[in-house]
Design a binder for this molecule. Sequence first.
Ligand SMILES: [Zn+2]
Ligand SMILES: [Zn+2]
Length: 294
Amino acid sequence: MHACGHDGHAAMLLGVAKSLVESGVTSQLKGNIKLIFQPAEEELSGAKKMVEAGVLENPEVDMILAAHMLPDLPEGSIGICRGFSHAASDRVCLTVRGKGAHAAKPHQGVDPVVAGAFFVTSVQSIVSRSIDPISSAVVTFGRFQAGSAFNIIPETATLEGTVRTLDPKVRKKIRRRLEEQADGLDTMFGVKTKFEFQDGIPACFNHQAASDLLFEAAGKAVGSNSVSTVPPVLGGEDFALFTEKVPGAIFRVGCGNQEKGLVHPLHSPYFDIDEKSLIEGMNVFLKAVKLYLE
Ligand SMILES: [Zn+2]
Ligand SMILES: [Zn+2]
């Protein structure tokens, strides 16, 4: 279970469709409305396929809006982030090839575990020493696999990690520093390394006009006192691939409720939403449509 509220997002958009049709408002609007039910946000691959399939063309899209649940905000409130809202998310893989040996005779082998462990520790200095402290970035290695016995130096170690950045220049610099440090292992430890940086998705950018529209629409939907600016997060969001092509913005729908025990974060197995938030998210879309197309 991914537990991110995606069924709620689909329900909200179905509500938008129902309301648009039943109210007859579409006949008074100057323009077309496309409702995009994007799959596979959880693996950050659905937006790419939809863009490639032409969802933004014929008719061309002038502005795109999206919603995502956020249990950190109470039900009845909406959060909007101007500019970059979610991080670019890339994957890195490092294979370290050494030479197996008896644990007690390390001088007869080349230890890939020590080289890999050094790499994980050493790259932590990239964010702290090579990146402007005002910028945000994360380098995390979540997988480190090597060996099959406690007393044998293995042949290889495989490491996999993720790089999260908001600024494309920082993204480039971290990539270069990781490559340089991986290269350095060969000289320092006598291992042979293979480093791969796999481009994931870019940072999600909320355009000015679309953010302004959302602030106004959300104010009308839930009252301006319940609309707040939320800070960016270093989680990924493949809505980024839409706003890379056309102006747009994503808003967060507050779905938490302390009294009802709905306090668990996204991706928690206990995550649940206050279903009143579905109406509020739906109303933000409806108000935005009216404001933009009337
Ligand atoms: Zn998720
Ligand atoms: Zn999600």
